[in-house]
Design a protein around this ligand. Structure first.
Ligand code: ZN
Length: 227
């Protein structure tokens, strides 16, 4: 068996060599860049000080995922730490000073971030979802772009929460745009609303409950039609 070298560049995954310019740029944030390489070699993640080459915006995973669902894009280097369910977008240093968004915390001078080696693109542990640019690692997302991503995610989450998904009483599919078309009268105080999806409302000419006449008992009814 061969002994492991204490510092062995081949210990980094494939792609480490093309990631080297980014690694050098990130490591230069540390007082001792060699220490960053040691930590990358041992754990894949190096603890680097913020506020020098970059600050980091910490964003809850649910907001980033919602923003991506809404076709937002991650326009700059970003780390995911599955351990705490947080994304970290790298932004220019001193972004903390003008940061104003309650749904993401901007971390800067005095704080440290566990930064994966740029070749670390998947779990386990913290990894890049978007690695730094190999040719121009100093290109970061602007704070404004990151704030827009967060706000897109928040609108998406709130929109989903405002209209819970319901099962359509006709096609039995779940719909994110339910229309209330009737009431169920439970035998012992139970009951609830009857929902339909927009497709079935149109197909069956269902009348919205809000349009029912005053004497309606809530039984679903059709819009009077010409056909
Ligand atoms: Zn339906």
């Amino acid at each position: 068996m061969e002994a492991h070298d204490a510092v062995d560049r081949t210990a980094f995954p494939a792609g480490a060599r093309t990631a080297e310019p980014s690694a050098a740029w990130l490591a230069a944030a540390a007082d001792d860049p060699a220490q960053a390489y040691t930590e990358w070699g041992e754990r894949g993640v190096a603890l680097l000080p913020l506020g020098r080459r970059f600050d980091a915006v910490r964003i809850p995973e649910v907001l980033v995922r919602a923003a991506l669902r809404a076709h937002g894009t991650v326009d700059g280097p970003m780390v995911l730490d599955p351990g705490n369910g947080m994304y970290y977008a790298l932004v220019p240093p001193q972004s903390t000073e003008t940061w104003a968004c309650a749904f993401g915390a901007c971390l800067g001078r005095g704080a440290h971030l566990g930064v994966p080696h740029p070749s670390r693109l998947g779990p386990p542990g913290a990894h890049w979802v978007v690695p730094p640019c190999a040719h121009e690692p100093s290109v970061l997302a602007t704070a404004r772009i990151v704030r827009e991503l967060i706000e897109l995610g928040r609108r998406e989450v709130e929109g989903a929460a405002a209209v819970p998904r319901e099962q359509c009483g006709w096609c039995k599919e779940e719909t994110g745009r339910p229309v209330k078309v009737g009431l169920i009268h439970g035998g012992s105080g139970g009951g609830g609303d009857v929902h339909a999806c927009p497709g079935c409302v149109a197909a069956h000419r269902l009348m919205a409950l809000a349009d029912h006449p005053a004497d309606s008992d809530g039984t679903p009814r059709r819009v009077p039609g010409r056909s």
